[in-house]
Design a protein. Structure first.
Length: 498
């Protein structure tokens, strides 16, 4: 995976700065609470939601177990339909392929429909270096691009901006990218949307090359699917003469029957709609209808390494609905930029460290960007147990151990700065394996409770710097139970000692 956002610090430092931005926190709170409430109402309408969720999980797990077979089937289907399939092992290879394909058309500009995979690999920057200008056409992505900003949400990349900020960006920047914003532009949503529509329309009508992602790929027919709410995707997918789709290999489903499950769960979990206003599907090329050339770039970029991890591979089920972001108390306060990745929030905290590895400071910090409250797991439409993977990755950071990187087996060394944590865990393991010592320690702690500090010294400040230590009870639970229920003493109560 391409590097983290240039200059980004580790999550704790970035989050600390973000939490102090009252405007950002207000924007996030309003947006996430609104989306969360609408999603809950949309899901409540479906009587068999739990069954759909389980079906989505099983379809994804089955596909991942047989990913090689379905990818080969997809390649054959796309080729038979008149498309061309390219395989990209990493970001650099994918960027070279796309840049070459655009250069072969002789064009110097492209229009794009929102694709997190192209953001992941830094495609816009690679195209710019080759003298090719890429225009984002999704409204939120347009706001981010004009504002020289970075996405901060999977579904609503400009969620950190309010209407006044968007108006100022349009008025200041649109003219440098094409049609300028109308004079006297206000911050009413209708006027902002109309300004974006007029600005983009000339690009849609002029562009000869479109670049897209895909929400799903159907192996049995070679069909790609994009769901969106604005219609810009339909324009990008049908008007250009050449269409290039960059898609992660995990986005595949075996059949149209399988696709039906996700077309029910994705819109309700993401936009709180019964179905997306625009569901575009395309299969290869057709004379006289749509692009004359279609290229599919299948992107690995760490995905097969993630697939090799029996616990972490469930992150590849993700259908990018963003429901986990909207319920996460950490994301609501810190925002998406603090994660230093195109994938923010709970899913980003488990996906980015697996795609990129945990060697960098920011990737080693992401598994800790969570309170482990479990709200993300409860709303996930494909039942990704994000807390389980977070704990799994924390163990990897602290303890090191075997991993797969670029297809090869490797052994990670423990990350720096966790020696005290490892020592504490070893001490806890020793104590929990010796009930007598544990009980003696509990009694000693209770009897000296008045002498306990409210914060920890040394490395412990990282934990107690923002919270008080919990008060030790006046007596251990087992002593209380023995006293109040007349239980046997610890010499005879072997069961209580276990």
């Amino acid at each position: 995976m391409s590097g983290t956002y240039l200059g980004m610090p580790a999550f704790p430092e970035a989050a600390r700065e973000a939490v102090g931005d009252t405007t950002l926190r207000g924007n996030l709170r309003h947006a996430t609470h609104t989306i969360r409430a609408k999603r809950a109402a949309a899901v409540a309408e479906v009587s068999d939601w739990a069954a759909l969720r389980e079906a989505g999980k099983r379809i994804k797990d089955h596909t991942l177990r047989h990913l090689d077979r379905y990818l080969e089937q997809l390649e054959a289907s796309v080729t038979a339909a008149g498309g061309t399939v390219h395989w990209a092992a990493d970001a650099d290879e994918a960027n070279r392929i796309v840049t070459r394909l655009v250069q072969e058309t002789g064009e110097s500009e492209v229009v794009k429909v929102k694709s997190m995979a192209t953001q992941e690999i830094g495609l816009n920057e690679a195209l710019e270096a080759a003298g090719i200008r890429a225009y984002e056409t999704d409204l939120a992505e347009l706001i981010v691009q004009l504002g020289k900003d970075r996405p901060s949400h999977i579904l609503v990349p400009a969620i950190h901006r309010n209407r006044g900020e968007i108006r100022d960006i349009f008025a200041r920047e649109m003219g440098a990218w094409g049609r300028p914003a109308p004079e006297g532009l206000t911050d009413t949503p209708a006027e902002l949307a109309e300004a974006a529509r007029l600005h983009l329309r000339e690009k849609f009508l002029r562009a000869k090359v479109g670049i897209s992602g895909a929400n799903f790929m159907v192996a049995e027919t070679g069909t790609l699917v994009v769901v969106e709410s604005e219609g810009n995707g339909r324009m990008c997918l049908t008007l250009p003469e050449t269409l290039i789709s960059v898609v992660g290999i995990e986005k595949i489903v075996p059949s149209w029957r399988d696709l039906e499950v996700f077309l029910q769960t994705l819109p309700r979990s993401s936009t709180a709609e019964r179905m997306n206003p625009y569901t575009s599907t395309w299969t290869g090329t057709t004379d006289g209808d749509g692009p004359r050339a279609f290229h599919l770039v299948l992107l690995d970029n760490g995905r097969t390494d993630t697939l090799a991890d029996e616990v972490g591979r469930q992150a590849l089920r993700c259908i990018r609905c963003s429901a986990c972001l909207n319920v996460c108390p950490v994301y609501e306060r810190a925002g998406g930029h603090a994660y230093g990745s195109v994938y923010p929030g709970p899913i980003g905290a488990i996906l980015s460290p697996q795609l990129r590895g945990t060697q960098s400071e920011i990737d080693a910090s992401l598994p800790y960007a969570s309170s482990l409250c479990g709200a993300c797991y409860e709303v996930c439409p494909v039942a990704i147990d994000i807390p389980e993977v977070l704990v799994h990755l924390r163990e990897r950071v602290v303890q090191g151990g075997p991993v797969t990187r670029e297809g090869d087996k490797a052994v990670l060394k423990p990350a720096k700065g966790h020696a005290a944590e490892r020592a504490a865990m070893r001490a806890a393991r020793w104590a929990f394996g010796r009930p007598g010592a544990l009980r003696a320690g509990q009694r000693f702690a209770s009897r000296t409770r008045r002498l306990h500090p409210r914060s920890l010294p040394g490395p412990g400040k990282a934990w107690s710097g923002t919270r008080d230590l919990p008060a030790v009870p006046a007596e251990p639970f087992r002593d209380w139970w023995q006293r109040t229920h007349g239980g046997p003493d610890d010499k005879n109560d072997k069961g209580a000692s276990k």
